[in-house]
Design a binder for this molecule. Sequence first.
Ligand code: AMP
Length: 358
Amino acid sequence: MKIGIIGAGQLGQMLGHAARDLGVECQFIDPSDSPPAGDCGDVIQRPFDDAAALAELAATCDVITYEFENVPVEALHQIGGNVPVFPPADALRHAQDRLDEKRLFEQLDIPLPGYRAIDSREDMIAAVDALGLPVVIKTRRLGYDGKGQFVIKDRSDIDAAWIELGGTALIAEQWVAFDYEVSCIGVRNSDGDIAIYPLSHNIHEGGILRISRSPVDNPALAEKAEGYMRRMLSHLDYVGVLALELFVSGEDLLANEFAPRVHNSGHWTIEGSNTSQFENHLRAVMNRPLGSTASVDHAGMINLIGEIPDAARTLDSGFLHDYGKDARPGRKLGHITVTADTAERRDELVDTISRSVT
Ligand code: AMP
């Protein structure tokens, strides 16, 4: 069995490590020099939509998957006739366009913040009138980690927002004064078996995930999130891991966005779950039985962004994952996972470590 993976970043690398443990070979496509996943399989160094590279992957692999959501949907269609490609291209299409994504949530009766599509300055003014302030303006496509966003707090910000983001398809979203953010990570194989991880509580700074903790001690929220996840997986006839990010407001959950791939907020599953999200993604795309998604402990994950300080290499507790990337401001270079038998002890470890590495 050989799995083709479009993208050889850290997600590809962690998929590759899980594949090695399952005795499965991986081959990647990635245009960058020495990408992280180069340590666990052959990398075809070509753009993600390079027809010849995709054809080579399709010819040599039994199944194809991808590790990031900006893979052109056409690239999946190009190879889909020759080899199974999971997650399905339709899921990727919805995830690449915030308007399509929100319409999908509505169709599936998954609550979400109020929103409006924006194609002109007049639309922006109308959206502010309809949604009230603050609103966040986001590009419909190619935004990630909070990039391509502008928060309008006052009507006088409208011109600045239009100057910064106008000219491309946009969306306005009601600003949610959430209590905290969670993500739900689910997995489905081609037989339709579904497994769902306990919720992760996520802390972002500047739009980038900094810390995740799991499980979240709130069975009512977990049940709601699980219902939404099941609806999405079944409706999309989904195969693989899917991550759904949600805002918590009291006992309500509002969907923010979803990613049709393994997700940063699920990295804790490597040490903190019976089966990691990476192994379960591979099991799903190979249509093998899914592994248990039960937690083995209380887990915490701290992202290492911009640099991996020396302190991260000499920790008394915690598992360091160094992706082997060159340091650059704002770049995710690695993460540390901690596990503990109580939530309190886990939180102490997360606090101590995050203080020592930032
Ligand atoms: P996104 O790229 O849409 O996931 O946004 C990145 C982060 O910005 C989110 O994880 C939230 O912390 C924040 N954010 C995005 N949209 C909203 C919103 N409508 N209300 C409040 N915070 C938001």
